[in-house]
Design a binder for this molecule. Sequence first.
Ligand SMILES: [Zn+2]
Length: 130
Amino acid sequence: MEMIGGLGLAGLALYFVLRPLFDHDLVGRGSSADTDLEALFAEREALHRALKELDLDREMGRLSAEEHQAQRRAYLLRVASLLQEIDQRSAGAEQSATAEVEARCPHCAYPRRAEDRYCPQCGAPLQKPA
Ligand SMILES: [Zn+2]
């Protein structure tokens, strides 16, 4: 029974390591940023859980030190690239959010950015958008 449980955990762990790699290549980039971000966060959570289980497996002697090391490295590489991707997506999301609240100058209707204090077109002083 313990053996089966151990194998199941290891299999599950392997599944979590490998699945994102395949998904990543197949699905590609650049669909809806929000759902992508949520998926990335969920994946990061899953990786953290898997890492804990991996350490537990090692403590229980279910994994050799080599297996543990190798799988841990694979997880951490994946986490690192995940974090990088989350950073990129977050920056992109912020940019599009800024674009959405874009307002116009009340004097000349020139499009302004939120951080503009003076209209770039007519030089009229601009209020900070609410
Ligand atoms: Zn203006």
